[in-house]
Structure formats: C-alpha cells, structure tokens
Design a protein around this ligand. Structure first.
Ligand SMILES: [Zn+2]
Length: 296
C-alpha cells in the first residue's frame, strides 16, 4: 500500500514538472476561470504560491524537521525549492532518515488542498506535516520488510570512512513485472563482508529493476553509515544515465532518488562491471525472485 502511494507521488511530481497539475493558474491558462484562487488565502493559486509561498505552505515547511529548511523557505520558486531539497537532511526523531521528506510534504499539501475544496474538511499545517511524516515512515518500514540483509562477517577494519565497493544486480520477470534485486559489499581488498537481496513489484523494465537494486544498495550503505562508496552494475546504460550522460524514460523518479541518496555521501562512484564479474550478485538476485514466487 505504501509503495502504491509512493508511485502516486511520483506521478504527481511528474505532473508538477510538466505543468499538468489542475491548479488555478494552469486552469486559467486553459480558459477555465472558475476557482483559480488559493483555497487557503484567496490569492492567485500558482504552483509557487500553493506549495511554497502561501502562508499555509510556509506553516508546514517551518515546522518540518529538516536541518537546513531555510534553503527551501528562502526561495519562492518551486523548482529551486525542489533542487534545494536535495540538500535537506531529515532530523530525528521523525524516524525518517532515508528519503527526503520533501516530496511527501508537497504531496500532503496537495491532499489537504483537495480535501478543503472537495470535502469541505480542514487540516492545519501541523496535521498536514504529521500526515506527511507518517506516510514517509510507513513507506520506509515497508521497504525494510521486503529486503533482507545478511552479515557475512564483522570486520573490525571496516570503518564508516573506509571505501567500500558494492556490486548490484537484478533479475526481472516480464510476465509478472516483478524483480529480484541484490547487493554485495566488498572491502578494498575485494573481500565480501555483507550482502542482501529483496523483491520489488510493479517493475516495468529490466533497467528499472537494475536501478532499484542500486537505490537499495545506497539505502543499505547509508543505513550502515558508509560514506565512501563505489557502486558497480552490469547495466551500462544505467551507469551512463546516473553519471549524467544519458536520459532513460520511465525511471526518472528512481534516478532522482539515487541522486538524492548520493548527497549524503562523501564520495560516490558508479561504474560498469561485466556480467561475468558480477555472477555472485546475479545469483543472489535470481534466488530472491525464485523465493518470492515460492512464497505466493
Ligand atoms: Zn494561499
């Protein structure tokens, strides 16, 4: 359920970027003039107004548990706020430390706005923020439940600042649109010390599966406090996209997550590895997918 909600948020953010959200200013541009005023304050409802500069939006952002929320509040422009949000670090005790709360807050402001218009129900800034944090937390817990990590050894030589290498891979089944994903952590000497795998549903392509494997590897690395990471994948197109050379349709949201997660790191390197050098991760991903079907 929480995963479905995350997909809704992705579609929603995509609509924002495309100017396809049915807010007042967009409707007016299409010749529809009814209800173009902000439901919270009566000013013209634009993207920048509704999510950033409206007094209601400000009350939500000001209460948000970010370490440098000022960057978001200083701008009145949605796009620059979105860019600034990549640098926001969520503070305890929200229990949400893996993914930026930014999209959840924007999404919940949108829900609060719709509930006022269509259901005549009113929620204040603090209730809106609480809903956003709850949603992000539920999603994070759901992620942790579907992914299993195994400690291979506890190596006292591996410090959080040590550089680690992570091989990732994914297996994908077109018929069911499911994927098995896997990651293996190696020390600088090439010795594996941690590995894990999991399954993902609603995966529309093999490249998306590979991207999900990388995103999960980053989340796992972050969870263990690693800050110097070299990630390897046998999906060459994906590595090129992450390194900023190509675009890939349909995985914008995941690439964005990967980008956001690298903001927490001191160094992050993404490189290509041949399939024959990635057999261990490949086997792990295939096994995860088989286990998933055996459990159904
Ligand atoms: Zn307003």
């Amino acid at each position: 359920m929480a995963t479905t909600q995350l997909n809704q948020i992705r579609v929603f953010l995509w609509k924002i970027i495309k100017g396809a959200l049915p807010i007042g200013a967009n409707l007016e541009a299409r010749g529809l003039t009814a209800n173009t005023k902000c439901v919270f304050c009566g000013l013209q409802e634009t993207l920048d107004h509704l999510f950033i500069s409206c007094q209601f939006a400000t009350s939500v952002w000001e209460a948000a548990p970010f370490s440098n929320v000022q960057a978001t509040l200083e701008t009145t422009n949605f796009t620059s706020a979105l860019q600034a949000s990549r640098k926001l670090v969520n503070l305890p005790p929200t229990g949400v430390h893996l993914i930026s709360l930014f999209p959840w807050i924007v999404w919940t402001i949108w829900l609060t706005r719709n509930q006022r218009i269509f259901q005549n129900r009113e929620f204040d800034g603090s209730a809106t923020l609480t809903k956003a944090i709850t949603g992000a937390r539920e999603w994070q817990q759901a992620q942790q439940e579907v992914h299993r990590a195994i400690e291979l050894q506890t190596d006292p030589e591996i410090q959080p600042t040590s550089t680690i290498i992570i091989n990732t891979d994914a297996a994908w089944k077109e018929k069911t649109k499911t994927a098995g994903i896997a990651w293996i952590f190696y020390d600088v000497n090439g010795k594996p010390f941690r590995q894990g795998s999991g399954t993902e549903e609603w995966v529309s392509s093999p490249i998306m599966a590979e991207a999900l494997a990388i995103r999960e590897a980053l989340l796992q690395a972050q969870g263990h406090g690693h800050i110097n990471i070299a990630i390897r994948s046998d999906a060459q197109i994906l590595i090129r996209a992450i390194n900023g050379r190509d675009q890939i349709k349909g995985i914008y949201g995941i690439l964005q997550d990967i980008h956001n997660l690298t903001c927490y790191l001191s160094t992050s390197v993404f490189s290509f590895i041949s399939r024959k050098d990635n057999v261990a991760a490949d086997n792990l991903a295939k096994k995860a997918m088989l286990n998933f079907f055996n459990c159904m």
